[in-house]
Design a protein around this ligand. Structure first.
Ligand SMILES: Cc1cc2nc3c(=O)[nH]c(=O)nc-3n(C[C@H](O)[C@H](O)[C@H](O)COP(=O)(O)OP(=O)(O)OC[C@H]3O[C@@H](n4cnc5c(N)ncnc54)[C@H](O)[C@@H]3O)c2cc1C
Length: 165
């Protein structure tokens, strides 16, 4: 049984992308789902387990300064499509939660490592950080199917739910 649990892609380049908000909705009282359309084909460059740094907007009440790291919840099938699931918790995510559909946001990435699974695997155990509920999204979009959903549908993403409460 051979698997590369963390396989840094040395050809990947980190860049800044301007994105349009395509969908943005609450999934429960704490978490929002956001789907972005980037100005470049980033879906193919983004691997399960990676994250982006998001430049949250400035609002009348919130002025986030630093970029906020968010795990990728899904990518594709469209070339520019990328999705995040986030807990509305502080200055940055409260500001982000106010972004309207057709609004814009800058993201920087992809960052971090990915992992691969052998198609021979029959059972996969995912161990999640209990404090980082939304981070299950980063594992989901590659972990749910050893043969990788992406290879069949061009879209890798976590199953929708169960969301943390
Ligand atoms: C690699 C990586 C991936 C991540 N992926 C995700 C993801 O997919 N989804 C997700 O939801 N999060 C994710 N996070 C966490 C996310 O980046 C943070 O939750 C986010 O930066 C919070 O930004 P904020 O501006 O909303 O909160 P901040 O204002 O920066 O506050 C951060 C935390 O401190 C608390 N806090 C702020 N001020 C106070 C205070 N005065 N007293 C007590 N507590 C306070 C807030 O409630 C919050 O919990 C990830 C983090 C990393 C490092």
């Amino acid at each position: 049984m051979s698997a590369t649990l963390c396989s840094p892609d040395r050809t990947a380049t980190v860049a800044s992308y301007r994105c349009r908000v395509v969908e943005h909705s609450w999934v429960n009282q704490r978490y929002k789902y956001i789907r972005l359309e980037a100005d470049a084909p980033i879906a193919g460059k983004t691997k399960p387990g990676q994250f982006y740094q998001l430049k949250c907007p400035t609002t009348e009440t919130e002025q986030p300064f630093l970029l906020r790291p968010m795990s990728v919840y899904g990518a594709g099938p469209e070339d520019g499509r990328i999705e995040f699931l986030y807990n509305v918790t502080g200055v940055g995510t409260r500001a982000m939660a106010s972004l309207p559909v057709d609004g814009h946001m800058e993201i920087v990435g992809p960052l971090g490592n990915t992992f691969t699974f052998s198609p021979d695997f029959r059972r996969i155990l995912v161990v999640a950080d209990p404090g980082g509920g939304a981070r299950r999204g980063s594992g989901h979009h590659g972990a749910a199917d050893p043969a990788s959903r992406r290879s069949r549908r061009g879209h890798h993403r976590g199953d929708v739910g169960p969301y943390p409460r």
